[in-house]
Structures are given as C-alpha cells and as structure tokens.
Design a protein. Structure first.
Length: 333
C-alpha cells in the first residue's frame, strides 16, 4: 500500500489552477499537507462545530473552480494555508504559525450564509464561511493570510484585541496578508494593497479595506488621533496599514500590478518608500521582539524604530523612512 506526500491539482475559486500538497493512503487522497506540518483541510458541510470531514477522494484533482463543488473552497483554503506557511518560512524563517513546525487545520463551509472567516487559538484552526448572496466563500489568499496571521500575533506580541493594541493586531494581519499575497505571486490574484478584493463582500466589486488611504472604505482611520483607541479595531488598523503602505511604496500616486494608489500624508510632506520586503522585516521584528500585549501606536513607533536600527543602522535611510512614515500618519515622537 502506497502512503505518502503527493502533489495534487486544485481548481480554486480565486487563484486559478494551483498545486496542492496532499497525502495518498492506498487508493485514497486527502487534503493533508505533509510538507507543512501536516496541515489538514476539512469540510464542515454547513455545521458549526467539530471538524466535519477531512476532504478525501480517490483522485488528486480538487474542486472545479465553482462554488457548487464543495472541494473548490477546500482547494482555496488548502492553497492559502500552504502559501501562508511558505511566506513565513521563506521570508522570516518562521516554522509555522507557532514556530514549532506544527501545522494548523482549516474548516470550510461553516454554517449557512456566514460572511466571515476567523482564526481560533483554542483549536489552533482556521474557519471559512460560504458568504451570502453570490455564495462566494471567504477563502481568498489575503483572507487566509489575514486570519492565520492572528495566530502568529497570538503566539508572539499577543496584542490585546481592543483599543490601540487591537488596531495594531488587525493591522498586523492585513500587513502580513498583503506580504503573503505578493509572495504567492499568483497570476489570478496578484499582489495588491487591498484586503478582500476577491470576495466581493460589498456586492459592488469594491474591496473590504484599502491600505494606501484606509478612509476610502468610509470608516477606517488614515491618521492617529486621541480617539483612535475607541474605534473598532478593524478601523483603527487603518493607521498601521497606512504606515506600512507609505513605508513600502511612499506617498502620492503609484500603479502596482495594474492597481492605482494615491497615498496622502498628515503633514503634507512626501514619504519615500523603502520597498515592501524591508518594511515587512521591520514590522515582523517589532512584532516578535519589541511589542507586548499592551503596545499602543506610540510604542509601535518606538519598536519599529528599534527594529529598523538593529536591521539597518540608526543612521540608515530605512531608519529615517520609518520615522517619516509614522509622522505621515500622525504618530509622532
Ligand atoms: N474576520 C474577522 C477578523 O479577522 C474575524 C473577527 O472578527 N475576529 O478580524
Ligand atoms: Zn482580523
Ligand atoms: Ca489583497
């Protein structure tokens, strides 16, 4: 009886045709990723507890790209978990969400018309709803990366999910989701500084969030103010997202992968970006070595400056850009 790691094919809803790492046991294949800590992908089949059933079939081609095939969302979720694992491993040297080599698991088809996705520390697992209306599942790459990054934050700074630290927690998930989406470099879902652009959660084709100018969603903050800590964490995250965009790409007009951005600054002074790769390293080092559960925006600034100093030197261009980008979102000395 053959048993082992296989390379299957996923026909996803959002990412085209992709390779999936699966496991063969005799004549059966399952969505079990033996190359990434054994991450498994389950079908809750509209249940809301337990794990449902592990995706399992007698061939290694998963889904058909449509929402009527249950394995399509399974393919998206399994792919998103793999890209998230690879992003953390290859960009930061992190060995899984908890940095212990252990895979998580994903649950798809949660509940009925559930328009959300969430990470749960207590099960160390990811859950995706099927959406409503168009029944588009919440399984796009950036949503997967966002939610699993909540697990990374819990395992590191453990930023409290309220007040300013909650905004930093949410921003961290958007920042690493975006880093992962660019890393994956999937032609059907190229990298952008938008969150949820694939799932059409608003029904009019607009994304959930914009990092170049967060207020474009009608609610998120572009700049810090003394009331930032009273906002929903998905809106106070705008300050972090805007900082990250400015540090990566700089202010003003820019077109990336066919998407136009126009990022303003609080003081009207321009910011010159240092590139996404360096901005990601600075954010990750601050999250994992400087911040704590009560870090607020002022302390996030201090932590990222310390991280940039260690990585690039305190008289570096990178260090100065971190200071400029925080000033540009009204987080000052
Ligand atoms: N999708 C939401 C989020 O990650 C779930 C939640 O409310 N925590 O922010
Ligand atoms: Zn979140
Ligand atoms: Ca995106």
């Amino acid at each position: 009886r053959y048993q082992g790691v296989k390379t299957g094919i996923g026909n996803t809803r959002y990412s085209g045709q992709v390779s999936l790492t699966t496991t063969q046991s005799g004549s059966n294949y399952t969505l079990t990723d033996g190359a990434r800590g054994g991450h498994k992908t389950y079908n809750l089949n509209h249940g809301s507890s337990g794990t449902g059933t592990l995706f399992s079939q007698t061939n290694d081609t998963w889904g058909d790209g449509t929402n009527s095939n249950a394995a399509t969302a399974g393919a998206d979720a399994h792919y998103g978990a793999a890209e998230t694992w690879d992003f953390y491993k290859n960009v930061f040297g992190r060995n899984g969400i908890a940095d212990n080599g252990v895979g998580a698991y994903s649950r798809t088809h949660y509940g009925n018309s559930y328009v959300n996705a969430f990470w749960d520390d207590s099960c160390f697992c990811m859950t995706y709803g099927d959406g409503s209306g168009n029944n588009d599942p919440l399984t796009s790459l950036d949503v997967a990366g966002h939610e699993m990054s909540h697990g990374v934050t819990s395992a590191t700074a453990d930023l409290n999910y309220s007040g300013e630290s909650g905004g930093l927690n949410e921003g961290t998930s958007d920042i690493f989701a975006t880093g992962m989406e660019f890393y994956a470099n999937n032609p059907s879902d190229p990298g952008d500084y938008l969150i949820g652009e694939k799932i059409d959660i608003n029904g009019d084709g607009t994304p959930l969030r914009y990092m170049d100018k967060p207020s474009k969603d009608g609610a998120s903050l572009d700049y810090w103010s003394s009331s930032a800590g009273n906002k929903d964490v998905h809106y106070s995250s705008g300050i972090a997202n805007h900082f990250f965009y400015l540090l990566s790409e700089g202010s003003g007009v820019k077109v990336i992968n066919g998407v136009s951005y126009n990022s303003p600054t609080y003081d009207g002074l321009p910011v010159t970006g240092i590139g996404r790769d360096k901005a990601l390293q600075i954010w990750y080092r601050a999250l994992t070595t400087k911040w704590t559960s009560t870090t607020n925006y002022a302390a996030a600034r201090t932590g990222t400056l310390a991280a940039a100093g260690e990585l690039y030197g305190t008289s570096s261009n990178e260090y100065n850009a971190v200071a400029d980008a925080w000033a540009a979102v009204a987080v000052g000395a």
